[in-house]
Design a protein around this ligand. Structure first.
Ligand SMILES: [Zn+2]
Ligand SMILES: [Zn+2]
Length: 256
C-alpha cells in the first residue's frame, strides 16, 4: 500500500480537516496516511503554528493501525536544530518532515516577501538556506517540498529549473543524501505539466547523487486533496528509479 506521507488535520493552524474524513478519503483511494501537523516556532505574523503533542496523541493514537501513522512537519529554523528540544520525548512520532517556510524572517507564502529581489537572488537565497537547514537538522527523516518557493513566488516562471540553479540544487540534494534524509516528492503541483517537467531533472539528479527513495506527499489540508496527482508521482519515481517509502517509528518502509 502506498502512503500519502504529508497532510494536515485540525491540529495544524491552517487546516480544519477532520481525521475521519481524511481516513475515509484515503481508504477510497487505497492509500495509507501520515498526519504531519505543522510545528513552526517563532513564525512571523499572528498565527500560532504549534500544537499540543499530548492532545494530538490522545486524539489520534486510537485511530492508528495499518493505514494511519502520526508525524510532524517541522518548519526548520535555528530554533529547531535540536531534535530533543523540538520533538520532546512525550510522543513517538512515526515520521518527521523538515521544511523551509520562512526565510530571513519572511513568510515565503506572501508575495511581499520577494519584493526588490530578482528570481535569481530570491531562489539562490532560498536554496542556500535550505541546504544549511538540512545540514543542521540531520535528525529529520524527510525533506519536504523542495519546490515550495515555486508555489508562491510572484515571478513569471516560478519553477525551480535544475538547469538554472544547478549548483544551488546540488548543494541541497547532497546535504540530504549525506544525512540519509529522504527527499519528498510533493504532489501538490504535479498536475501542472510545466511543474512536472521541471521536477524530473531534480529527482534524476537526486538519484545520481545517491538518493534511493522518495516519500509521496499531497500536503492536503482538505480531504479531497488526499492522494492528489499520485499517479504522476508514481510514474516519475519509477522513471528515475526511486523507491517509494514511508516511515513507521522513524524507520523507513519500502512500499509497493
Ligand atoms: Zn510545508
Ligand atoms: Zn505541509
Amino acid at each position: 500500500m502506498i502512503f500519502d506521507s504529508h497532510c494536515h488535520t485540525r491540529f495544524s493552524a491552517d487546516s480544519e480537516m477532520q481525521a475521519e474524513d481524511a481516513l475515509r478519503a484515503a481508504e477510497a483511494l487505497g492509500l495509507g496516511l501520515v498526519f504531519t501537523e505543522h510545528l513552526d516556532l517563532d513564525f512571523p505574523g499572528d498565527v500560532d503554528y504549534t500544537f499540543d503533542f499530548g492532545a494530538y496523541w490522545q486524539a489520534y493514537a486510537p485511530l492508528c493501525g495499518d493505514r494511519l501513522r502520526l508525524g510532524i512537519e517541522v518548519g526548520m529554523t535555528p530554533a529547531t536544530a535540536s531534535e530533543r528540544e523540538t520533538l520532546g520525548t512525550d510522543v513517538p512520532f512515526d515520521l518527521v518532515i523538515g521544511s523551509l517556510h520562512v526565510l530571513d524572517g519572511k513568510d515565503l507564502y506572501f508575495a511581499e516577501s520577494y519584493a526588490g529581489q530578482t528570481k535569481e537572488e530570491a531562489y539562490h537565497a532560498y536554496f542556500a538556506k535550505l541546504a544549511e537547514m538540512v545540514r543542521t537538522h540531520a535528525y529529520i527523516d524527510v525533506l519536504g517540498h523542495i519546490d515550495y518557493i515555486a508555489r508562491y513566488a510572484p515571478f513569471e516562471n516560478p519553477e525551480i529549473s535544475y538547469g538554472a540553479f544547478t549548483e544551488d540544487i546540488d548543494a541541497v540534494l547532497r546535504a540530504a543524501v549525506e544525512a540519509d534524509i529522504v527527499l519528498e516528492l510533493n504532489t501538490r503541483r504535479l498536475g501542472a505539466r510545466r511543474a512536472l517537467k521541471e521536477l524530473v531533472p531534480v529527482y534524476t539528479r537526486y538519484r545520481a547523487l545517491g538518493g534511493r527513495y522518495v516519500t509521496l506527499g499531497s500536503d492536503a489540508h482538505a480531504a479531497d486533496a488526499i492522494g492528489a496527482n499520485f499517479r504522476a508521482a508514481k510514474e516519475l519515481a519509477d522513471a528515475v528509479g526511486l523507491g517509494i517509502v514511508t516511515f513507521h517509528g522513524r524507520r523507513r518502509e519500502l512500499l509497493q
